[in-house]
Design a protein around this ligand. Structure first.
Ligand code: SF4
Ligand code: SF4
Length: 147
């Protein structure tokens, strides 16, 4: 089995992850979309030049920060989370969602993903699963294969 996580360097030191493919390692348990306060710089809103996050699905937190509606206090579902566990605004989701991977660069599981799955009573990833990471260039593709 291969799990593919597309890693896209942003050019400013961050990495965005695209897990929209059918062989991506995120199984859509949606624990991360039901736990965090999903907040981000308001310049990402589609009411701002160059922004793309639907502003009508957000709430203002501070003069400079917004968050997805439903997540203002954390521990509840984001308004964009669909019944099927998928994100309804995937192509327009905020940066904080794009930066949350299943696998870290060294092939280990994202400890926050592991923690949230346990917190929400979702089965843990197979503990003996070993991962090798291979990177290609532009966009980087992280292919996770059993060792
Ligand atoms: S908690 Fe992990 S497996 Fe679950 S939806 Fe988020 S990234 Fe995917
Ligand atoms: S915007 Fe999409 S990916 Fe981000 S928390 Fe909401 S449902 Fe999840």
């Amino acid at each position: 089995m291969k799990d593919t996580q597309i890693a896209i360097p942003t050019g400013d030191g961050r990495i965005y992850y695209d897990m929209s493919g059918t062989d991506n390692p995120c199984n859509g348990c949606s624990a991360c979309c039901r736990h965090f306060r999903v907040s981000f710089y308001q310049g990402e809103l589609d009411t701002q030049p160059g922004g793309h996050v639907p502003a009508d699905m957000t709430a203002q937190l501070t003069p400079f920060r917004a968050c997805m509606k439903g997540t203002e206090s954390g521990h509840s579902s984001c308004i964009a989370l669909q019944a099927d566990g998928l994100c309804g605004i995937y192509e327009h989701r905020p940066s904080v969602c794009r930066e949350f991977p299943v696998f870290m660069a060294d092939g280990s599981f994202n400890p926050e993903c592991v923690r949230l799955r346990a917190l929400h009573g979702i089965a843990a990833w197979a503990p003996d699963r070993k991962i090798a990471v291979h990177l290609t260039q532009q966009p980087q593709t992280q292919v996770m294969e059993p060792l």
